[in-house]
Design a protein around this ligand. Structure first.
Ligand SMILES: [Zn+2]
Length: 263
């Protein structure tokens, strides 16, 4: 840490030095070795245009939830790929939050705790936030971030692919899901990764009666970010490329939806 006198500070900001006795301005004579400081670079001011949208990010389960992990983490079935859904989804939410904030969204982390929080409590937190946002003239949406599994975690399975889920019937949640699905195809295809879809009701999302999507008073979807019991997918999900790609799907999908809704 280097202590700066007022004059030195001025000289760093303006590249000039004010002579103490005469008040004359002289060229900056401070060299890097005397005081290497990052403030010699001009300050960059990044302006973020705030959007009137709150993104509620839910992350699945908790450190006290049994199962919900790779067969290696459950019972040491090789290959050695440690993976727990509660931890991975929290990591994704932590990575996604500043990315969305930089896009101008307000982000609300529904479960900052490491342990599991009941679905009723999660919905109550979400709806409180949605209500508060509406009172401030803001729109809201909710994404519950999970990983899929084909079995009970005791053996590696063959199922693969990213997917998105809504409640039954058509509403704005289906639009949000379609935007996320389209983003997933764009992001994953060039990386050789796959999505899975259900075209039976005319769109690409799956539909189910999940508590969290049914109980949220805003466009709400649940995303299954690949399979935690598929060897190839877990290998990929643990890489930087995998994590960045999953974050990018959410960023791009949310932007598409917000634009479509004219929010
Ligand atoms: Zn889950």
């Amino acid at each position: 840490m280097c202590k700066l006198e007022f004059n030195e500070l001025l000289s760093l900001i303006f590249g000039k030095k004010i002579e103490e006795t005469t008040g004359e301005v002289v060229e900056n004579t401070i060299t890097e070795t005397e005081c290497p400081t990052p403030s010699e670079k001009p300050l960059e001011i990044i302006e973020i245009e705030m959007k009137n949208v709150v993104i509620c990010l839910d992350n699945g389960h908790g450190d006290n939830t049994p199962g919900k992990c790779s067969p290696w983490s459950a019972c040491k079935v090789p290959p050695e790929l440690p993976f727990r859904e509660y931890a991975y989804t929290r990591e994704l939410v932590k990575m996604l939050t500043p990315v969305l904030e930089e896009e101008g969204y307000e982000v609300y982390q529904v479960v900052p705790e490491e342990y599991d929080v009941t679905l009723a409590e999660r919905c109550s937190r979400i709806n409180k936030k949605v209500k508060q946002a509406a009172a401030e003239g803001k729109h809201s949406l909710m994404i519950s971030i999970h990983n899929n599994a084909a079995g009970n975690g005791r053996e590696w399975k063959k199922a693969y692919g990213w997917s998105v889920w809504t409640t039954r019937g058509q509403n704005n949640s289906d639009k949000l899901a379609q935007c996320l699905y389209d983003a997933a195809v764009e992001v994953l295809t060039p990386l050789g990764q796959k999505t899975r879809k259900d075209r039976s009701d005319g769109d690409d999302d799956y539909e189910a009666g999940f508590y969290i999507t049914k109980g949220s008073n805003c466009p709400a979807v649940l995303v299954e970010n690949m399979f935690q019991d598929c060897i190839d997918e877990v290998k990929w999900m643990l890489t930087d490329e995998g994590k960045q790609a999953l974050v990018e799907i959410h960023r791009r999908g949310i932007n598409k939806f917000v634009e479509m809704m004219n929010w």
